[in-house]
Design a binder for this molecule. Structure first.
Ligand code: TYD
Ligand code: MG
Length: 452
């Protein structure tokens, strides 16, 4: 009998090693090695390269035919855009997100909405009753949507061969298991084996496959990084569970840009597409209150007006607290230091809290100007001028740095009825009608713009 072979795999990066070690030599993480059984087939003999018959001759780049990927139009417009205008047959898509964020809901909705496609939904996580309840909640119907509760990859392959779907949804990759591998479902070698087999099925039969993947506490997709390298597209579904908004981002896309952003709202009847995020995100903004500023921000390619709230109050305890939701804490600390050093605001002894409305996490540096304005407004307890919004990045010397796509930001502000927008001096070119554009070069100039 062949001896069982084991190897050690890093849980973080998938690095394989014959012995255990405390620190992964590849990703430098500690305590990530796990022993797993690997089964090897017969050893392949190495042949001399000169004796190997070439299967496929190499071609020059000029000879290649340009491929225009045919795509399935997706009815869900947000998903359609994020995928790069449609779904490419034969693509393998990893759909990641924290537990409970709405991954199963969104993909079940997709399966039911695409009533012109044959869809196979494979669930290894929920029972038939649970799925039926969700189908009723979502209230959609597709006669060509097939459902199977299965975790065995061989069975799933057989189902795919029988149903001949154009779209397959796997919920989730961490539950699948292959008999060829002895380790438990969810382990590195199981995930790798099953994803490889799904990749093969997708490419050979021209089927688009979505694989749901759970996310670890640290925010990366559970399982090896390898999974992300293998697939064509990686989508991430995120949001604050206490809030209703969910963002769909691409971190990798072989068939489109990674700059697109989809926005959904979780309702009692599933996820609803949000095509006008700005209107919703500034809906609750009240004029005349200090500490609130509207930012003309950009997420991916999408301009969005969003409310920023700040609260600066005298610290009760010795060390002032700083806390943020949806904004980088280090960036807040940097902006506070700039305000202290360049404008003389004494914020060192204040607690400062910063909140981005709607539980949305934003990374646009162009939000700095609105953040700074909200902090100054709260600190001085004076409300900012009405119908005014901000776009600009703040540098360490207190200079306001130019931002990308200023025209789109101004356009969005105008569309929503704003009368004034404060932008960086270096961005100002061309004339804008219908909205007053105020250009500022430094943070101290901002003060006179805000409070005249
Ligand atoms: P689910 O899709 O199961 O999340 P995931 O697959 O990412 O773990 O959705 C989980 C949450 O969504 C659950 O807490 C209930 C909520 N939900 C709604 O608010 N409305 C709905 O119509 C549905 C189906 C779920
Ligand atoms: Mg789920």
């Amino acid at each position: 009998m062949a001896k069982t072979k084991t190897a050690y795999f890093c849980r973080n990066c998938g690095h394989q090693s014959p012995q255990w070690s405390g620190k992964c030599p590849s990703c430098s993480e500690w305590n990530t090695f796990e022993e797993e059984v690997i089964q090897r087939g017969s050893k392949e003999t190495i042949t001399n390269a000169g004796m190997v018959r070439i299967n496929q001759p190499a071609r020059t780049v000029k000879e290649l035919e340009s491929q225009n990927y045919p795509r399935y139009a997706i009815i869900d417009q947000e998903l359609n855009r994020v995928l790069g205008n449609g779904l490419v047959p034969g693509s393998l898509i990893l759909f990641g997100g924290e537990p409970g964020i709405g991954k199963s809901t969104l993909l079940l909705q997709l399966a039911l909405q695409q009533n012109n496609m044959t869809v196979l939904y494979v669930s290894g996580e929920e029972s038939e009753e649970q799925i039926k309840m969700r189908v009723d909640r979502v209230g959609l119907q597709n006669d060509l949507c097939w459902l199977v509760m299965e975790t065995d990859i061989e069975q799933i392959e057989a189902h795919i061969a029988q149903v001949k779907p154009q779209l397959v949804i796997i919920d989730s990759i961490q539950t699948l298991q292959s008999k060829l591998i002895d380790s438990a479902p969810g382990s590195v070698s199981q995930i790798r084996e099953n994803a490889t087999r799904l990749l093969k099925v997708a490419k050979e039969n021209n089927i688009a496959i979505f694989m749901i993947g759970h996310i670890t506490k640290e925010g990366s997709i559970a399982g090896p990084k390898l999974l992300e390298h293998m697939v064509d597209t990686v989508l991430l579904f995120e949001g604050d569970k206490q809030h209703v908004y969910r963002l769909l981002r691409t971190t990798k896309n072989r068939f489109g840009s990674t700059n697109e952003l989809g926005i959904y709202e979780m309702q009692g009847s599933g996820l609803r597409e949000v095509s006008n995020p700005s209107e919703l995100l500034i809906q609750q903004h009240q004029n005349g209150l200090s500490g609130s500023a509207i930012s003309a921000a950009l997420e991916g390619m999408r301009p969005m007006l969003i409310e920023i709230q700040a609260l600066a109050s005298t610290a009760v305890y010795g060390t002032p607290q700083r806390s943020t939701t949806g904004f980088d804490l280090r960036r807040l600390n940097m902006l506070l230091a700039v305000l202290e050093k360049r404008c003389g605001f004494r914020l060192g002894m204040k607690d400062v809290f910063l909140n981005i409305a709607g539980g949305i996490r934003m990374e646009d540096p162009g939000m700095d100007l609105a953040v700074v304005s909200a902090i100054i407004s709260s600190n001085e307890d004076i409300a900012l001028p009405e119908l005014t919004c901000f776009a600009g990045e703040v540098g360490l010397n207190g200079e306001i740095r130019p931002v990308a796509r200023i025209d789109q930001r101004i356009g969005e502000a105008k569309k929503l009825g704003f009368k004034k927008i404060v932008i960086p001096k270096h961005n100002k070119e061309g004339a804008y009608s219908g909205i007053e554009v105020i250009a500022v070069g430094r943070v101290d100039e901002l003060i006179s713009v805000l409070f005249g």
